[in-house]
Design a protein around this ligand. Structure first.
Ligand SMILES: *[C@@H]1O[C@H](CO)[C@@H](O)[C@H](O)[C@H]1NC(C)=O
Ligand SMILES: *[C@@H]1O[C@H](CO)[C@@H](O)[C@H](O)[C@H]1NC(C)=O
Ligand SMILES: *[C@@H]1O[C@H](CO)[C@@H](O)[C@H](O)[C@H]1NC(C)=O
Length: 331
């Protein structure tokens, strides 16, 4: 009897110890505002024509092209090429149709270990660095960190973030643009100036495809998916169903406000982004996009789901206890 009591006491002691350790880590691990590190080399891109390295502009410089497309890429030497071809076909076609339309693509290699940077630089050389720039990050930051440094280097009045795997049909950008027009009551394609100064965020969404994929996926994956949705809904974001879709369109002002404030640099950065968007009352909407599962997913199931769950909990806890703060002044 005595030994059982002792055992319970011990277990309780260990439990309390772990909880306090965890709280200490939570409270003292990070500073309240995100610390954004960027080496001098990462502030430049390579221009093949002049063979020089040129400094990226900053978000505070104001816009000078209508649309920026930010593509985070980690070990994407195979999938990047078809994705870029599809994007360029769409964007060049538009440039031919409307001669005032200007755009840029920024490919952010997130510490890639393969030939991603070479592939991207080939495109930059072919199209010119006014259209395609390569931001070569070393070391790896995580997708959120990569997208952040990409948008901080962009010139667009409106900014699209698109995954390098090409899972979304790029021409669905028209659908996102249409919703942006509905949210802002202006068309950035003929009023870039006005739209860049407004707040709005349009999220591509795959939730209409959920029913279909329910049948084809394993029970375990479906369980994880529902668990994740439930966690996101209860801890952070209620107005958007598919938080993780890698196809989102922002105005320049919204980019400046949100990306200077996010703390999470891994997969869950989308959730923090939308959490903040709801906190700032930024007009939001979700648009169905076509989506094909492309071979070579980067999420290693169990481990990244645990990581994701932890990040979600952190987002909720740190904002609740005030350990993370937001700044509404643009950087
Ligand atoms: C913007 O473009 C649309 C067609 O795309 C046109 O109907 C509208 O008049 C234009 N607005 C301005 C201010 O040019
Ligand atoms: C698009 O950007 C160019 C500058 O790159 C600008 O001259 C043009 O007016 C912009 N279009 C609109 C509709 O603002
Ligand atoms: C997806 O594409 C198919 C065929 O290309 C089309 O029939 C369908 O309407 C599209 N779905 C959405 C949501 O755009």
């Amino acid at each position: 009897m005595d030994s059982i009591f002792l055992l319970i006491l011990c277990a309780f002691g260990i439990f309390i110890f772990l909880i306090s350790l965890f709280l200490c880590l939570v409270l003292y691990n990070n500073s309240s505002y995100p610390v954004i590190k960027r080496s001098d080399k990462e502030k430049h891109f390579y221009d093949a024509k002049t063979k020089e390295s040129i400094a990226f502009p900053s978000l505070s410089d104001g816009w000078s092209v209508n649309l920026s497309v930010i593509i985070p890429a980690f070990d994407e030497e195979n999938r990047l090429k078809p994705m870029l071809d599809e994007a360029l076909e769409f964007l060049e076609k538009r440039r031919n149709e409307r001669n005032t339309f200007t755009y840029e693509i920024i490919i952010v290699s997130d510490g890639s270990r393969d030939r991603t940077v070479d592939v991207a630089l080939k495109y930059s050389e072919k199209y010119g660095s006014h259209l395609i720039r390569v931001l070569d990050l070393k070391p790896n930051r995580g997708k959120g960190g990569a997208v952040r440094l990409g948008v901080m280097s962009c010139r667009g009045a409106v900014v699209l973030f698109a995954d390098a795997d090409g899972a979304t049909k790029f021409s669905d950008l028209s659908k996102l643009e249409h919703s942006l027009k509905t949210l802002t009551k202006h068309d950035y394609l003929n009023e870039s100036d006005i739209v860049s100064e407004m707040n709005a965020l349009v999220c591509g969404s795959r939730s209409h495809l959920e029913e279909e994929s329910l049948a084809t996926r394993s029970f375990f994956r479906n369980l994880l998916m529902h668990g994740f949705h439930f966690l996101v809904w209860s801890l952070a974001v209620r107005s958007i169903r598919d938080t993780q879709c890698g196809f989102k369109l922002f105005t320049r002002r919204t980019v400046e406000l949100l990306f200077s404030n996010i703390h999470v640099e891994r997969w869950a950065f989308d959730v923090e982004l939308l959490y903040l968007a709801e906190m700032f009352n930024i007009p939001l909407c979700e648009v169905a996009v076509n989506w094909t599962e492309i071979e070579g997913s980067k999420i290693t199931p169990v481990l990244s789901w645990i990581q994701m769950g932890k990040d979600l909990f952190m987002i909720w806890l740190k904002y609740k206890i005030g350990a993370w703060k937001v700044s509404t002044k643009s950087s």
